[in-house]
Design a protein around this ligand. Structure first.
Ligand SMILES: Cc1cc2nc3c(=O)[nH]c(=O)nc-3n(C[C@H](O)[C@H](O)[C@H](O)COP(=O)(O)OP(=O)(O)OC[C@H]3O[C@@H](n4cnc5c(N)ncnc54)[C@H](O)[C@@H]3O)c2cc1C
Length: 519
């Protein structure tokens, strides 16, 4: 196939209409789909974490990955939406001698656009949103100057891995970068590290850096993510007390893990719980201190929150719930955590996981912020023309209700970065994605689609104990969000319904006979 030759893939009779087939051709897995009389073929491995796309869901010409909902166009392998970065390989197909034959036609990579463009696009922040925007600009054919700056010492990396496989020791740091420097060189994306932005002047579209230098651009995207909150508690600044947002934070924690026997985690957020899980993999004794009675009950309700707590307890985590921290004690380094009730927990290190604030302090006085975040319109443009914002800092109108919404999810940030890039190039399309996030703890991925900061009913399909369920979060009888472990296809389908502004009733969701996939 590398020689651009046709290869026999499958007997034509085996390929049923609308039923995807996977064939292995020269050690590559290829997804074949017959739809409306045509046969399409593309790579079957998601470009994000290599999940088999055949376990996902195909709707029209789009296949959605079962793990983290990256989407690809089966006709040409193009990336439709993150968290994938590249597309997947694409293949021409033909039917000859009762067989389907395929020939590779594309690799799914982003070409460097030809031509000239005098414009400069400046991207502030090299995280999920910033990187996705830079790549999208090139994918959309923009041939002008792209500059992406970050205050960190590293270019774009997989932040979600920090609390999971990196801390557990299952992933080496070399797996973190989203791309190598060669990629940015090939696409002529100027990546500037350790370049902290200290101010933005919206009128002249100019940013000022910490070293006093300035830069103006035709379009600016601000995607600076979040800063972890800390606690206004005595000793929180002692050595050994950590927060976790950046690769540098993770490396500081890693450096202490080798010698650590006991860790105290403050907060029962997603990051806190993932860190607890990673530290248990290393057999470190873990205490979690948090004011709530049930972890994540606000997000998932008490049943799922209770199940999450139980799983942690089964894995040896000790919870101190309904508790707050009075003091981080120790001479130079933290050695004990004193709780409000006077009890004391030994701690070789402390990780504070109590949420993040949007990283917008450098925008003070620019007029771009409101209530500590950056409001944008449906095109993700701020109140200043030509300045866009995406990711954790952006408050945007929900694609269906129009209500202001801000979420802190990796996939959402990537999708917003992609959308913002298109709008920087002139698109007038509104952003309409339904948010998706996941968390992985003890080998099990909990996935969530939708937005339900409040809900009045949680309806289940399947078994929470068997870790194979869907949970629908309802507001006034209308589905607002769905969480799932294991039931990826139904979750994706329900996400599609949410996107279309549709709902399945609580009775339908609960009824095992009701076919969500064909609804
Ligand atoms: C440990 C961890 C695990 C997570 N796991 C998950 C998960 O499993 N699933 C999920 O959905 N979400 C997860 N998240 C959340 C997800 O990572 C964020 O929602 C996402 O990274 C937001 O993307 P962003 O582009 O808005 O910001 P970020 O990815 O935070 O990127 C911000 C960028 O801006 C730069 N920056 C900030 N201020 C400045 C400045 N003044 N000047 C220059 N550069 C600046 C930063 O250095 C960085 O490059 C996790 C987050 C963390 C910290």
């Amino acid at each position: 196939m590398d020689n651009n030759e046709w290869v026999k893939a499958i007997a034509e009779s085996e390929l049923k209409d609308g039923v995807p087939a996977v064939v292995e051709v020269e050690e590559k897995k290829v997804l074949l789909v017959r739809s409306e009389g045509k046969i399409y073929a593309c790579g079957n491995e998601c470009s994000h974490y290599h999940a088999p796309l055949s376990d996902g869901l195909i709707a029209g010409h789009v296949v959605t990955c079962p793990w983290h909902n990256a989407r690809f166009d089966i006709r040409d392998g193009q990336l439709v939406s993150p968290p994938g970065l590249n597309g997947v390989p694409s293949y021409e197909t033909k039917v000859e001698g009762a067989h389907v034959w395929i020939r590779q036609s594309g690799k799914g990579t982003i070409p460097m656009p030809e031509g000239e463009d005098g414009r400069t696009m400046l991207i502030v922040g090299a995280g999920a949103a910033g990187n996705s925007a830079a790549e999208t600009l090139r994918r959309e054919g923009f041939a002008g100057r792209i500059v992406m700056v970050t205050g960190e010492a590293y270019g774009p990396y997989d932040r979600t891995m920090l609390s999971k496989d990196l801390l557990s020791g299952e992933a080496p740091t070399k797996w973190l970068p989203l791309r190598g420097q060669k990629f940015y060189d090939r696409l002529n994306i100027e990546l500037m590290t350790e370049k902290q932005v200290t101010a933005v002047d919206p009128a002249s579209r100019t940013v000022t850096f910490a070293d006093g230098s300035t830069m103006s651009a035709d379009r600016i995207l601000i995607a600076t993510g979040g800063r972890p909150r800390t606690l206004p508690v005595s000793g929180a600044d002692k050595a050994g007390c950590h927060t976790l947002r950046s690769r540098k934070d993770a490396e500081a924690i890693l450096a202490e893990l080798e010698a650590a026997k006991t860790a105290v985690i403050v907060g029962a957020s997603f990051i806190a719980l993932e860190v607890a899980c990673s530290l248990r993999t290393r057999e470190i004794q873990v205490h979690i201190v948090a004011p709530e009675e049930i972890p994540l009950a606000k997000v998932f309700g008490e049943q799922i929150g209770g199940r999450i707590k139980k799983t942690h307890e089964e894995n040896g985590v000790r919870f101190h719930l309904g508790q707050t921290v009075k003091e981080f004690a120790g001479s130079e380094k933290v050695s004990e955590v004193v709780l409000a009730d006077g009890s004391r927990l030994e701690a070789d290190l402390v990780i504070i996981g109590v949420g993040v604030n949007p990283a917008v302090e450098f925008l003070e006085g620019s007029g771009l912020t409101e209530d500590g975040a950056v409001p944008v319109n449906a095109r993700l443009e701020t109140t200043a023309e030509g300045i866009f914002a995406a990711g954790d800092i952006a408050v945007f109108p929900d694609g269906r209700s129009g209500e202001p919404r801000r979420v802190e999810h990796w996939v959402e940030a990537g999708r917003q970065g992609m959308h913002a890039a298109r709008c920087m190039l002139g698109s007038k399309d509104p952003y309409r994605e339904v948010p998706f996030f996941w968390s992985k703890q003890y080998g099990s991925s909990l996935r969530y689609i939708g937005h339900a900061p409040n809900f009045d009913e949680v309806v289940f399909r399947g078994s929470l104990t068997d870790k194979f369920f869907l949970a629908g979060f309802y507001v006034d009888g209308k589905l607002a969000a769905v969480a799932s472990v294991g039931r990826a296809r139904e979750l994706i389908r329900l996400g599609q319904l949410l996107e279309a502004g549709k709902s399945v009733s609580p009775d339908q969701l609960e009824d095992p006979e009701f076919d969500i996939l064909t609804f």
